[in-house]
Design a protein around this ligand. Structure first.
Ligand SMILES: Cc1cc2nc3c(=O)[nH]c(=O)nc-3n(C[C@H](O)[C@H](O)[C@H](O)COP(=O)(O)OP(=O)(O)OC[C@H]3O[C@@H](n4cnc5c(N)ncnc54)[C@H](O)[C@@H]3O)c2cc1C
Length: 382
């Protein structure tokens, strides 16, 4: 074997695995292959501070492009500031941390197996541990709704006045499902404005959403120069059969990241889960079999613990008319801050779950009951 670890895909999950393994075993021979010509400048990866372990927070803090001590949300009948920290990283800075990793851009993987990669030019690279981090793929074991967005980052002519991330400004007219604006103020004159929709369909009208973000900026009185755009169509899990997925992946390279359905069911974000998976791989022997045991075990346990979050998604997408979806989130954001933090970190307790569903039901009980079973959605898809 020419390498100890081969990672196909130098995106988020691949980079975090390389980082965790390199930090634990500085002498490991790690090769990363990516079809792109360099790190993507189309992404900022953000999360709440409480989503990450203290070790990951410390590791990523030096490369955070944005770092805030609080955040806010706004709904038609309720606004709130939360004292939960929030931060963003960029792909280029993350890749910059990977000193000592043999990173090969412009390298297109044709096929992967449990001993290596065959490239489109026919050459072969072998490793004791082979990870497939090539991003999202369709699977019959996952039924999803969509979080779609187009973000426009502008350098404003005058200070925009936004001091902290606006996680959801849902005071905007509702359309195409649950709609809100997400704001990240990177500096007093630099801001990302992202029109976001939780929709049933995965089609994205880039022009319309970009214009909606610019219209929002205009309404806030912000003029300036557009610096970059980002777009995303993220999966929101309504039903997930992780055991079935891993039965289909009992051999070959070990799937991770979006390709293995490893994302927060409600937000579609994968940074926190990817960090935990990286730890699970780094803690084991560097072999494909050990990595599979680690990731499979983590993923099945995670999917089990995320059952409740998928139920909430079914209520949002299947139990609630699109123009009223915002009410579920508005109600959720009246709950105590520690519960909200545990929700995003995937650490809800039984008491939290009861707290979320008790009280005046946000959707009619008959509708809620219809959302309970998960299986039919997977069968519907198959
Ligand atoms: C615009 C945008 C913003 C997002 N913001 C956030 C956020 O703020 N926080 C968060 O947690 N999540 C966010 N997400 C969601 C999710 O975390 C990202 O999609 C994340 O990048 C997924 O990680 P991944 O490793 O699975 O895939 P990717 O990061 O997409 O990495 C896959 C890599 O594999 C490479 N590749 C694919 N096929 C091949 C091949 N055949 N050969 C070689 N290389 C190949 C690709 O070039 C790519 O670099 C965002 C997504 C998008 C699109």
């Amino acid at each position: 074997m020419s390498h100890d670890l081969l990672i196909a895909g130098a995106g988020l999950s691949g980079a975090l695995i390389a980082l965790a393994v390199r930090d634990r075993r500085p002498d490991a021979r790690i090769v990363m292959l990516d079809a792109r010509s360099g790190p993507s400048d189309q992404h900022t990866w953000s999360c709440h501070d409480t989503d990450l372990s203290p070790e990951w927070l410390a590791r990523l803090s030096p490369i955070r492009r944005g770092e805030w001590t609080d955040q806010e949300v706004a709904f038609p009948d309720h606004s709130r500031r939360l004292t939960t920290g929030y931060g963003s990283i960029e792909a280029g800075a993350l890749i910059g941390l990977l000193q000592g990793v043999d990173l090969r851009w412009n390298t297109h993987v044709a096929t992967l197996d449990d001993t290596g990669a065959t490239l489109t030019d026919g050459s072969r690279i072998e490793a004791a541990c082979v990870i497939d981090a090539r991003g999202a793929v369709e699977t019959p074991h996952l039924t999803v709704g969509f979080q779609k967005f187009v973000g426009v980052e502008i350098e404003t002519d005058a200070p925009h006045g936004v001091e902290r991330p606006m996680i959801m400004d849902a005071t905007v007219p509702q359309m195409d499902g649950y709609r809100f604006i997400y704001l990240l103020p990177f500096s007093p004159t630099r801001i990302l404005i992202e029109d976001t929709r939780y929709s049933d369909g995965g089609d994205l009208d880039d022009g319309a959403l970009a214009q909606a973000s610019l219209d929002y900026a205009a309404r806030r009185g912000w003029t300036g120069q557009e610096m970059r755009r980002e777009r995303g169509i993220l999966p929101i899990a309504l039903a997930h059969d992780a055991i079935g997925f891993w039965r289909d992946h009992a051999q070959g390279a070990v799937p991770v990241g979006l390709g293995a359905g490893l994302f927060h069911p409600v937000t579609g974000y994968s940074l926190p889960y990817a960090a935990q998976v990286a730890d699970a791989i780094a803690a084991r022997d560097l072999t494909t079999a050990s990595a599979r045991r680690a990731v499979r075990g983590w993923a099945i346990d995670r999917a089990d613990r995320d059952r409740f979050l998928r139920l909430l998604n079914r209520m949002l997408f299947r139990g609630c008319p699109p123009d009223r979806r915002y009410r579920l989130l508005q109600r959720f954001y009246r709950l105590p801050q520690p519960l909200i933090e545990r929700f995003y970190a995937g650490r809800l307790t039984l008491a939290d779950r009861l707290r979320i569903v008790t009280g005046r039901p946000p959707i009619p009980l008959s509708q809620a009951v219809r959302c309970l079973p998960e299986r039919p959605l997977l069968q519907e898809r198959a």
